[in-house]
Design a protein around this ligand. Structure first.
Ligand code: BES
Ligand code: MN
Ligand code: ZN
Length: 492
């Protein structure tokens, strides 16, 4: 989508989008629109309630007496960022080929003027995301072909600069989010650990950070035993990607991000039931969040020294695959008893976390992972789980979640839960063996590998990395975490 911000519209036959929140003033707004475009106000009130994602498609007359195509776009009551993005995304996605190729967006008639900058960024982000096409492997070219739309954002001169910046941000986020959505939606025969590390190398060039990759043949010597253990059952060599972004001036903070990059999780020998196994192509949603945040931090030139680590492998079944009862080592040197090979994410994160702490000593340490089914049973698909003992970090992350609509909810990590993963034979076991508190015991496991870092948080995003989207009948990727973490970093 070609987007410009302008005070003077040039496209006289563009379709005009008017976003409207549901509120008491809605009728006054509709009166105003009816007067401006020579429409029947009573009919408008009957036909349009401004609920989220509602669209009323009209033909009016503008002041120059020309025909004007109008789209009233409902946003729902007190729309937060999420509802605005969803409504805009659905608007473009659902109409794709039925839309005029030239569109305009105006805040002059609706009720978003008080919240102009936030709304502009969110709506533009949603419009751009709406262009994503999930039918990557369809052979009918008509279905896959991109539609080249243009959009003029109409503003008053005094707001032009600020709106323009918001528009560019919304667009930049969408670009990165779509790259991540494509990566997460890619099936396992089109996505292996090398594909993930290659994405990082290319993005590093494009956006201005560095990426280096530890290849499988060097892992034994370096001591990445957790990654190697999970990779034993795989035909694809594991990768361990280390990205670094340094700002030009002095950095306010040094932040380390670690993302789970399991390109497909069969469960290993503790194999998963087949019903929902196809969703396990998304088991690198944590990696995608870290990738996307690296790219955004570099694009926005944030004053933060950022390090991102992505251990990547699939978790497959093979004669050489790890077995329950195996005892493995880890980068930290701690031994781990394998109770369930399906608790694989924590094994590769253990190495990622230790490696980060021991080699980079970040002031803030955050890991993201599609780690447990347990967090989905607790929070559904509505929020990610937050696990941290650091109160101020907790507040900052929860606030970023509220601001971006990528919500988090906090869990306790009391030592009582730590006792559930004590091993008889090794330093720790990877599963308690009991069907309870699974998300929390997973966090307690990871804690062993943070070397008592004082400012560490674990985000379990199993329920939010995939969600119901306009693009698909089944759940599909969300790029959850990119806006959350970028917002968190911007507000440090
Ligand atoms: N990747 C899964 C968690 C998951 C489940 C993500 C559903 C998204 C949707 C993870 O590796 C896993 O298998 N976790 C197990 C751990 C258990 C065996 C201790 C789980 O939560 O069931
Ligand atoms: Mn698993
Ligand atoms: Zn997994």
């Amino acid at each position: 989508m070609q987007i410009t911000t302008t005070t003077q519209s040039v496209n006289k036959d563009a379709g005009l989008i008017i976003p409207i929140a549901q509120s008491d003033e809605k009728d006054i707004i509709l009166d105003r629109i009816a007067a401006a475009f020579d429409l029947d106000a009573d009919l408008l009130r009957l036909d349009f309630s401004a609920s989220a994602k509602e669209v009323l498609n009209l033909q009016g007359k503008n002041s120059e007496n020309g025909k004007q195509r109008l789209f009233l776009l409902g946003l729902g009551e007190n729309p937060g960022i999420s509802k605005m993005i969803q409504s805009a995304r659905a608007f473009i996605h659902n109409r794709k080929k039925k839309l005029p190729l030239q569109l305009q967006l105006s805040f002059a008639y609706g009720n978003l003027a008080d919240d102009l900058i936030r709304s502009a960024e969110a709506l533009i982000n949603g419009f751009c995301l709406g262009e994503y096409n999930i039918g990557r492997f369809k052979t009918d070219e008509d279905l896959v072909a991109a539609v080249e739309t243009s959009l003029e954002v109409l503003v008053e001169a005094e707001n032009k600069e600020r709106v323009d910046e918001a528009v560019k941000r919304g667009q930049a986020f969408a670009e990165i989010q779509i790259e991540m959505i494509k990566l997460v939606n890619a099936p396992s025969n089109h996505k292996n650990p090398v594909d993930l590390s290659n994405w990082a190398k290319q993005a590093a060039q494009r956006y201005g950070f560095t990426a280096k990759v530890i290849e499988k043949e060097d892992m034994e010597e370096i001591g990445l035993h957790g990654v190697l253990a999970v990779n034993r059952g795989s035909e694809y060599p594991a990768t361990f990607t280390i990205m670094e972004y340094k700002p030009e001036g002095t950095a306010l903070k040094k932040v380390g991000l670690v993302g789970k990059g399991v390109t497909f999780d069969t469960g290993g020998l503790s194999i998963k039931p087949s019903t929902n196994m196809h969703f396990m192509k998304s088991d690198m949603g944590g990696a995608a969040a870290v990738f996307g945040t690296m790219a955004m931090a570099a694009r926005l030139k944030l004053p933060i020294h950022l390090i991102g680590i992505v251990p990547a492998t699939d978790n497959s079944v093979d004669a050489l695959a790890i077995k329950p009862s195996d005892v493995i080592s880890s980068y930290s040197g701690k031994s781990i008893e394998i109770i369930d090979t399906d608790a694989e994410g924590r094994l590769i994160l253990a190495d990622g976390l230790s490696y980060m702490v021991q080699n980079y000593e970040p002031e803030i340490l955050i890991d993201l992972a599609t780690l447990t089914g347990s967090v989905i049973r607790a929070l559904g698909y509505v929020a990610g789980g937050l696990f941290t003992a650091n109160e101020s970090l907790s507040k900052q992350l929860l606030n970023a979640g509220t601001r971006t609509g990528e919500r988090l909810w906090s869990f306790p990590i009391w030592e009582d839960y730590g006792e559930m993963i004590r091993s008889d034979v090794a330093d720790v076991k990877n599963f308690s063996g009991k069907p309870m508190a699974g998300a929390i015991t997973a966090a307690k496991f990871l804690e062993h590998f943070t070397h008592e870092h004082a400012c560490w948080a674990h985000l379990d995003i199993a329920g939010v990395a995939m969600s119901d989207m306009e693009f698909s009948m089944q759940k599909s990727a969300t790029a959850f975490g990119v806006r959350l973490l970028t917002d968190f970093l911007e507000n440090l």
